[in-house]
Design a binder for this molecule. Structure first.
Ligand code: WQD
Length: 342
């Protein structure tokens, strides 16, 4: 019987790109679980258009354990779970922390209960560099001391990692990898899939492409930071490189190469890029002059953060392929595909 892999949040930005890579690079049956709370079902059509392959789709809220459990009852030979499903808007989480605590902890608990009952031993958790906070130690390694989370969103990622770590300690048969994404940006290089915010985006790259498309206006949140050009520095990493890392992490677990049953990996390029450098990269690849204004600093922003990715390179054999120009070009190609046809 063919082996299956569950992808929670499979209709989302990183989830949909990961399903594309799984369908193209493995022969697992893919079971996507998504309630479209921050995505749309159209993601699934785009995945099938790009890959010419189909997969199972369960429209279920992971907070509804009874429904989740009965829907998965008939599925056998599930060898792994990649857990993306979570609310992830930093700003919204500070306005409605309980919405984030309930959703992100309840859904994680329920999917771990499924792993426990169905003995699914391989688990990959979508974590975030936001748990490092405003660290002075740059580039950050997986051993860098975690600062106090800057938002309830970041807090749910930090506690989520701890929940999995304790579950692993009690269940030595269970194998998990925690992937700390830096800043996932860009779109599938075909331009046929990308980030689709149901609400006005707050992240830099979609605001840049929407501004270029005349649908938004970019404000640079502060140009008086202690950095090389006064703007904040981040480690932007192409979403397809992030997706590729999940395929490699799953292979690492399935082939039982992991020495610990709860391993952490940074997913970043190792290169810090400032806001102004990101804007200039976009202008270079698009040939457009981007209008923007300078505004006040945004509360919660860290000044600079970028990864030491040696551990993922060594253990997972993962090397990001795309540079900031590729990220901007793919994001712009996707934005133009999104624009209503004239
Ligand atoms: C990047 C830089 C802004 C918008 C967050 C989460 C992280 C991950 C990615 C989920 C900052 C500046 C932005 C704008 C701007 N989320 N900016 N004008 O905050 O680094 O990371 O999203 O996985 O966990 O923390 O990303 O793109 O919002 O900001 O100047 O209109 O761009 O101030 O310096 P961030 P971002």
């Amino acid at each position: 019987m063919k082996k299956s892999v569950i992808v929670t949040g499979g209709a989302g930005y990183i989830g949909s790109h990961t399903i594309i890579e799984l369908l193209e690079k493995t022969d697992y049956n893919i079971i996507s679980i998504d309630n479209f709370s921050n995505s749309s079902e159209s993601s699934y059509q785009r995945i099938e258009t790009i890959t010419k392959k189909s997969f199972s789709k369960l429209n279920i809220d992971l907070c509804d354990f009874a429904k989740l459990n009965s829907a998965l009852h008939s599925y056998e030979n599930i060898i792994g779970v990649i857990h993306f499903a979570a609310f992830k808007a930093v700003g919204e989480s500070t306005e409605d922390p309980l919405k984030y605590y309930h959703n992100n902890f309840e859904s994680l608990t329920n999917i771990l209960k499924i792993c426990e009952s169905k003995k699914i031993k391989n688990f990959i958790f979508s974590s975030s560099c936001s748990i490092y906070g405003n660290t002075k130690e740059l580039p950050v390694t997986e051993e860098t001391e975690l600062q106090k989370p800057e938002s309830p969103y970041g807090h749910t990622k930090k506690v989520g990692e701890e929940m999995i770590s304790f579950f692993c300690a009690t269940n030595p048969w269970f194998n998990s990898i925690l992937l700390r994404y830096f800043n996932p940006v860009g779109a599938h290089m075909s331009g046929l899939n990308g980030e689709l915010s149901l609400t006005k985006p707050s992240n830099l790259v979609p605001v840049i492409t929407q501004t270029a498309a005349g649908k938004n206006s970019l404000t640079v949140h502060g140009n008086d930071y202690d950095t090389r050009d006064g703007s904040c520095i981040r480690d932007y990493v192409h979403v397809s490189d992030i997706a590729d890392a999940h395929v490699k992490a799953l292979d690492f677990l399935v082939s039982e190469k992991n020495k610990s049953n709860c391993s952490i990996y940074n997913l970043g390029t190792g290169k810090g890029v400032s806001v102004f450098e990101a804007i200039h990269a976009f202008e270079k690849v698009s040939g457009l002059k981007l209008n923007y204004k300078i505004g006040p600093r945004r509360p919660g922003d860290v000044i600079a953060i970028y990864a030491n990715n040696d551990k993922a390179k060594k253990d997972l054999n993962w090397t990001p392929k795309y540079n900031i120009d590729d990220m901007m070009l793919s994001a712009w190609k996707w934005e133009k595909n999104l624009k209503p046809h004239p």
